[in-house]
Design a protein around this ligand. Structure first.
Ligand code: ADP
Length: 494
């Protein structure tokens, strides 16, 4: 029977999904299950690793059962996952010693501050490409070893294993045979030397993490091992962290190509090719993927408040009933919107890095209506993306000509048009905005010999292109006003 399907496991922060993709790159089946978010204390976020595994396996089974395909027609599996989240488990029993500590978790902020005080900032930047933050896995593993009774000792005896979520799934799918991760996930641990491609001894020693706990690091497109399902051996043939998978799924294979995902927050990644570029503006340097003995690097910039500002319009201010309604309101405005919203709800990230900034609305007059506020909030996503894109271009010394977009809010045509106007680059939105899933499937499909990079490029169907329709003078005027608004939100709380 022809093996013409790839299965992508998309293990996200709030749900696990399994998607079937055929050899033409079409999605033919999808199942999704949410799982419990555990908040034991303020600022702490955990997941139960067994529930992650169960929801992933359940959706796998359900999607196979509801589709008309035979397992023997499946060529292999690709995995993409929420990044940085850390799991520690016993290699003999397979039991986690603690819940997974999620990327959003802030409990290790003090350990991070200590690393900064001890002078690790520059070392961590040049070795791992990252800024010291509780976001990454390193201090989470340190916390588990430090706080779970007997864990440090057991780890030193070689009885415990660490993994990001891809590794946890892989180890379980292969019945404990394979303990590995891919380059993109390793580069988010804050323990991996992204230049010399090895775990960093100095950081491991500093955080008392025994090397025996760490997974082997392999290419993103690679046959890791098999998952035996109903007697059929299915090769696990590709792994990448979610944002890197999206970059791949958007076919940003060449140096200088970038994608921006408009979700709850925005994540922009720029492929910098085989060159390691460091940022002077707080962007991260990360591994995009490793394929055929070659590593591609990326610069990454995030905006913490993006789609969530639209949720604020909906749930907080109750100005709209659904996120998509924002488009119709925005279209009511003729001419320029004099109102600016700076959604600095939790401070400002790259390139401002002002945690004391707070949100504000500017330019109100007696005739300001709700449509102005709604349009201004939508505009703020585009302005923040421009902020990040400008420093990304500066740090990488590249000039973008197009930006590939995906994520929930990229469905908004008014926002995408304004984005093209502001950036003066072509904004390209693909037909399938499930780019993360496609990235995982493509990485697997390449190592299985189903697709080449060229096939994937050809396969990418554009749904819409947005071109700038405003003058240089207007673009500058609008953006300068935005910069003025941002300036006035800075250093607000004492
Ligand atoms: P995530 O993966 O972070 O959960 P999604 O990619 O699913 O995010 O996108 C959801 C976000 O996009 C929500 O914050 C929502 O407010 C926003 N969003 C969805 N549709 C639209 C739209 N048509 N216009 C503006 N924002 C939207």
């Amino acid at each position: 029977m022809e093996k013409k399907y790839i299965i992508a496991l998309d293990q996200g922060t709030t749900s696990s999904r399994t998607v079937i993709i055929d050899n033409k790159g079409e999605i033919i089946g999808m199942k999704q299950k949410e799982f419990t978010q555990i908040f034991p204390e303020s600022g702490w976020v955990e997941h139960d690793p067994m529930e992650i595994l169960k929801t992933q396996l359940d959706t796998f089974k359900e999607v196979i059962n509801q589709s008309n395909i035979e397992v023997s027609q499946v060529a292999g599996i690709g995995i993409t996952n929420q990044r940085e989240t850390a799991v520690v488990w016993n290699r003999h029993t397979g039991k986690p010693v603690y819940n997974a500590i999620v990327w959003q978790d802030k409990r290790t902020a003090a350990t991070c501050n200590k690393l900064k005080e001890d002078g690790f900032t520059e070392y961590i930047k040049t070795t791992t490409g990252l800024v010291i933050d509780s976001y990454f896995s390193a201090t989470k593993v340190h916390w588990i070893l430090n706080h779970v009774k007997g864990a440090q000792e057991e780890a030193e005896k070689g009885n415990l294993l660490f993994g990001t979520v891809d590794t946890w799934l892989l180890w379980n799918l292969t019945e404990g045979k394979i303990h590995a991760t891919d380059y993109s996930n390793a580069s988010r641990t804050m323990l991996y030397d992204i230049k010399n491609l090895k775990w960093d001894d100095k950081l491991l020693t500093e955080l008392r993490i025994p090397k025996s706990m760490l997974p082997e690091v392999k290419p993103s497109s690679f046959i890791y091992g098999n998952y035996k399902y109903n007697g059929v051996e299915l090769p696990i043939a590709g792994i990448a962290g979610d944002q890197q998978a999206a970059l791949f799924g958007q076919a940003c294979f060449a140096k200088g190509e970038a994608k921006n995902t408009y979700g709850t927050g925005c994540f922009m990644l720029l492929n910098t090719g085989e060159d390691l570029e460091y940022s002077d503006n707080g962007l991260l340097t990360t591994i995009a993927w490793g394929i055929n003995d070659k590593i591609h690097y990326a610069l990454e910039g995030s905006v913490f408040v993006a789609g969530s500002a639209i949720q604020w319009l909906r749930d907080g201010l109750k100005l709209i009933e659904s996120a998509s309604e924002s488009e119709a309101y925005a279209n009511k405005i003729e001419g320029e919107n004099p109102v600016y919203v700076v959604p600095a709800f939790a401070g400002l990230g790259a390139p401002y890095w002002d945690m004391n900034a707070r949100g504000a609305v500017f330019g109100l007059t007696r005739d300001t209506g709700k449509e102005h506020l709604i349009k201004a909030t939508l505009d703020s996503l585009a302005y923040r993306v421009k902020d990040v894109l400008l420093v990304m271009q500066k740090d990488s010394k590249t000039q973008l000509t197009s930006l590939k977009v995906d994520g929930g809010a990229s469905a908004n045509n008014t926002l995408m048009q304004f984005q093209a106007d502001l950036l003066n680059v072509v904004v390209e939105r693909p037909e399938i905005i499930e780019t993360t899933v496609m990235g995982a499937a493509y990485l697997a499909g390449i190592s299985l010999g189903i697709w080449s990079l060229k096939d994937i490029e050809n396969n990418r169907k554009l749904s819409s292109e947005f071109h700038s329709s405003i003058s240089e003078e207007k673009r500058d005027r609008l953006y300068n006003k935005w910069l003025k608004a941002v300036e006035r939100t800075k250093d607000w709380i004492d």
